[in-house]
Design a protein around this ligand. Structure first.
Ligand code: PCA
Length: 325
């Protein structure tokens, strides 16, 4: 009897062993360069997950729009074409309007407020992701968005007819409000677009200016602290649910650590990036008070339009944001 029993046990073990020991690989697509701090953070997240799962879950990072383009990554994960991805959250506004809450001009002026906004925005984002078969892992902000320009900017008239580089629907609307001509340019193509004379100005972080070495064509940088957009990292729910409970816990733990690390890195890089622009000959200036008021008013108009189009879910975020308990 014994040998038969052993054989049966072996057969059972053999049938389970591959499932227990099999290695799972997730492809994670991002639209930013491998050297970007967001991507570096993802690499570390991947290493930590691999270590915690003893090599059972490998996250293969595909940077620089190589697997899918930045603005298509949400859809690609939703449709199961990639297991995981990273994109700038506001690129999802068409489908998930509250994803644009962090790109409304002049609502958030510091990392502390950005953190507060994220706490209020997160539950809604998680809910919408879940409804689309995705699980949110973490989000990390870009440094504050400032104005880069080839010419000095003294008044609203200085934007009229200029070619303003945009990176999503929100920045396109802002360019329109300023009377500029929106030119959609991916982050990784900014240097090329400048060299080809396709853009005169853009609102983005000093860090993005540094990464694309914008000095030369760009001569001025204004720290208007317009908003703090976030990148989100997410995985398809099916891929996540297929993991063992232990592996799922390791992924969530590594994601929470990546979020904390990313916020710190963003803040640490913000100041140095503006200095680097200065050292490369870009003039760091303040916009005149009149223009400051005018663009703040434009920001209010943008907020009104946005809240009106989004409805109750916008109130769920901004009522507690403006009236904390
Ligand atoms: N850099 C990205 C998004 C926000 C930022 O600071 C870009 O310019 O596309």
């Amino acid at each position: 009897m014994k040998p038969i029993w052993t054989a049966a046990l072996c057969a059972v073990l053999a049938s389970h062993a591959p499932a227990l020991l099999a290695q799972t690989t997730w492809k994670l697509a991002t639209g930013y360069r491998a050297e970007s701090f967001h991507t570096q953070n993802i690499y570390q997240f991947a290493r930590e997950v691999e270590k915690a799962s003893a090599g059972q879950l490998v996250i293969e990072v595909h940077p620089n729009n190589t697997l899918f383009k930045l603005n298509d990554i949400g859809q690609a994960v939703q449709q199961g074409k990639a297991e995981a991805g990273e994109t700038i959250m506001s690129s999802m506004v068409k489908d998930i309007p509250i994803a644009g809450a962090d790109s409304i001009p002049f609502v958030v002026g510091s990392y502390k407020d950005a953190q507060r906004l994220w706490k209020l925005q997160r539950p809604g984002i998680e809910k919408h992701f879940a409804a689309r078969g995705m699980k949110l892992l973490y989000a990390v902000p870009w440094p504050p968005q400032g104005l880069h320009s080839s010419k000095p900017v003294r008044g609203l008239a200085d934007f009229k007819g200029t070619q303003m580089r945009t990176y999503n629907q929100t920045t396109t609307r802002i360019a329109e409000m300023l009377g500029a001509r929106p030119v959609d340019v991916a982050m990784v193509d900014v240097g090329k677009a400048l060299a080809e004379g396709r853009m005169d100005n853009m609102i983005t972080s000093a860090l993005t200016g540094v990464e694309n070495k914008v000095w030369g064509p760009i001569k001025y940088y204004y720290e208007i602290n317009a908003w703090f957009p976030k990148n989100v990292v997410f995985v398809g729910s099916k891929a996540f649910e297929a993991l063992t409970p232990e592996a799922r816990a390791s992924v969530l733990k590594a994601a929470a650590d990546a979020e904390a690390r990313g916020w710190q890195a963003s803040q640490a890089l913000a100041y140095g990036a503006t200095e680097e622009l200065r050292q490369n000959g870009i003039k760091i200036e303040r916009i005149p008070p009149d223009l400051d008021q005018e663009i703040k008013r434009m920001g209010e108009k943008f907020s009104r339009e946005w809240i009106r189009s989004v409805g109750n879910e916008a109130n769920d975020i901004f009522v507690p944001y403006y009236m904390p308990q």
